[in-house]
Design a protein around this ligand. Structure first.
Ligand code: AMP
Length: 114
Protein backbone atom coordinates (compact mmCIF):
# COMPACT_ATOMS: atom_id res chain seq x y z
CA UNK A 1 0.00 0.00 0.00
CA UNK A 2 1.33 3.46 -0.89
CA UNK A 3 1.70 6.19 1.69
CA UNK A 4 -1.49 8.19 2.18
CA UNK A 5 -2.69 11.44 3.68
CA UNK A 6 -4.11 9.56 6.64
CA UNK A 7 -0.81 7.74 7.28
CA UNK A 8 0.83 11.19 7.42
CA UNK A 9 -1.82 12.36 9.90
CA UNK A 10 -1.21 9.26 12.04
CA UNK A 11 2.55 10.05 12.01
CA UNK A 12 1.75 13.71 12.86
CA UNK A 13 3.48 14.86 9.68
CA UNK A 14 0.46 16.93 8.69
CA UNK A 15 -1.98 18.55 11.10
CA UNK A 16 -5.48 17.34 11.86
CA UNK A 17 -8.12 18.11 14.46
CA UNK A 18 -7.65 14.91 16.44
CA UNK A 19 -10.54 14.09 18.77
CA UNK A 20 -9.73 10.53 19.89
CA UNK A 21 -6.81 8.13 19.96
CA UNK A 22 -6.04 4.70 21.37
CA UNK A 23 -3.48 2.04 20.54
CA UNK A 24 -5.35 0.91 17.42
CA UNK A 25 -7.41 3.88 16.22
CA UNK A 26 -7.01 7.59 15.49
CA UNK A 27 -10.04 9.86 14.97
CA UNK A 28 -10.06 13.40 13.61
CA UNK A 29 -12.59 15.85 12.20
CA UNK A 30 -13.25 15.67 8.48
CA UNK A 31 -11.85 18.74 6.71
CA UNK A 32 -15.04 19.00 4.62
CA UNK A 33 -17.82 18.12 7.09
CA UNK A 34 -21.10 16.80 5.74
CA UNK A 35 -22.93 17.08 9.07
CA UNK A 36 -22.54 19.11 12.28
CA UNK A 37 -20.40 16.23 13.54
CA UNK A 38 -18.24 14.49 10.94
CA UNK A 39 -15.34 12.50 12.35
CA UNK A 40 -13.10 10.01 10.55
CA UNK A 41 -11.93 6.90 12.43
CA UNK A 42 -8.83 5.30 10.93
CA UNK A 43 -6.93 2.19 11.98
CA UNK A 44 -3.27 2.76 12.73
CA UNK A 45 -2.62 -0.38 10.68
CA UNK A 46 -2.49 0.64 7.02
CA UNK A 47 -5.20 -1.18 5.05
CA UNK A 48 -6.17 0.39 1.71
CA UNK A 49 -9.80 -0.64 1.24
CA UNK A 50 -12.49 -2.94 2.59
CA UNK A 51 -11.47 -5.33 -0.21
CA UNK A 52 -8.07 -5.76 1.42
CA UNK A 53 -9.37 -7.02 4.75
CA UNK A 54 -8.47 -10.52 5.86
CA UNK A 55 -9.66 -12.62 8.79
CA UNK A 56 -6.76 -11.31 10.86
CA UNK A 57 -8.09 -7.77 10.49
CA UNK A 58 -11.41 -8.53 12.21
CA UNK A 59 -10.22 -7.14 15.58
CA UNK A 60 -9.01 -3.96 13.86
CA UNK A 61 -12.39 -3.38 12.23
CA UNK A 62 -14.12 -4.17 15.50
CA UNK A 63 -11.99 -1.59 17.30
CA UNK A 64 -12.84 0.98 14.61
CA UNK A 65 -16.60 0.46 14.95
CA UNK A 66 -16.48 0.32 18.73
CA UNK A 67 -14.40 3.51 18.94
CA UNK A 68 -16.96 5.32 16.79
CA UNK A 69 -19.94 4.06 18.80
CA UNK A 70 -18.28 4.93 22.10
CA UNK A 71 -17.35 8.38 20.79
CA UNK A 72 -20.96 8.99 19.72
CA UNK A 73 -22.15 8.03 23.21
CA UNK A 74 -19.52 10.21 24.88
CA UNK A 75 -20.51 13.18 22.71
CA UNK A 76 -24.20 12.76 23.53
CA UNK A 77 -25.41 12.05 19.98
CA UNK A 78 -26.03 8.31 20.32
CA UNK A 79 -29.64 8.46 21.47
CA UNK A 80 -30.67 10.84 18.68
CA UNK A 81 -28.75 8.65 16.27
CA UNK A 82 -26.00 8.89 13.72
CA UNK A 83 -24.66 7.29 10.58
CA UNK A 84 -21.43 5.41 9.93
CA UNK A 85 -20.17 5.10 6.37
CA UNK A 86 -17.26 3.22 4.84
CA UNK A 87 -16.72 3.98 1.16
CA UNK A 88 -14.98 1.41 -1.04
CA UNK A 89 -13.27 2.23 -4.31
CA UNK A 90 -14.62 4.33 -7.18
CA UNK A 91 -18.32 3.53 -7.07
CA UNK A 92 -18.33 3.81 -3.30
CA UNK A 93 -16.81 7.27 -3.50
CA UNK A 94 -13.54 6.41 -1.75
CA UNK A 95 -10.89 9.08 -2.24
CA UNK A 96 -8.32 8.25 0.44
CA UNK A 97 -6.96 4.72 0.25
CA UNK A 98 -6.40 4.11 3.94
CA UNK A 99 -9.41 2.36 5.49
CA UNK A 100 -11.65 4.78 7.40
CA UNK A 101 -15.08 5.04 8.93
CA UNK A 102 -17.10 8.26 8.70
CA UNK A 103 -19.19 9.12 11.77
CA UNK A 104 -21.89 11.63 10.85
CA UNK A 105 -24.23 13.12 13.44
CA UNK A 106 -26.11 16.22 14.47
CA UNK A 107 -28.80 16.20 11.79
CA UNK A 108 -31.32 13.78 10.32
CA UNK A 109 -29.76 11.70 7.53
CA UNK A 110 -31.51 10.95 4.28
CA UNK A 111 -32.15 7.60 2.64
CA UNK A 112 -31.25 6.48 0.07
CA UNK A 113 -27.83 8.16 0.21
CA UNK A 114 -26.66 9.97 -2.89
P1 AMP B 1 -13.59 8.99 1.38
O1 AMP B 1 -14.17 9.82 0.26
O2 AMP B 1 -14.53 8.01 1.99
O3 AMP B 1 -12.27 8.36 0.97
O4 AMP B 1 -13.29 10.01 2.55
C1 AMP B 1 -12.16 10.80 2.62
C2 AMP B 1 -12.49 11.96 3.50
O5 AMP B 1 -11.28 12.56 3.92
C3 AMP B 1 -13.32 13.06 2.84
O6 AMP B 1 -14.57 13.20 3.53
C4 AMP B 1 -12.45 14.30 2.96
O7 AMP B 1 -13.18 15.47 3.21
C5 AMP B 1 -11.53 13.93 4.10
N1 AMP B 1 -10.24 14.59 4.13
C6 AMP B 1 -9.40 14.81 3.08
N2 AMP B 1 -8.29 15.43 3.50
C7 AMP B 1 -8.42 15.59 4.85
C8 AMP B 1 -7.59 16.18 5.86
N3 AMP B 1 -6.39 16.70 5.59
N4 AMP B 1 -8.05 16.19 7.13
C9 AMP B 1 -9.26 15.67 7.42
N5 AMP B 1 -10.08 15.10 6.52
C10 AMP B 1 -9.66 15.07 5.24
Amino acid sequence: MTDTLFAKIIRREIPADIVYEDDAVLAFRDINPQAPMHVLFVPKTPIATLNDLGEADAPTVGRLVLAAANYAKAQGVADDGYRVVMNCNRNGGQTVFHLHLHLLAGRAMHWPPG
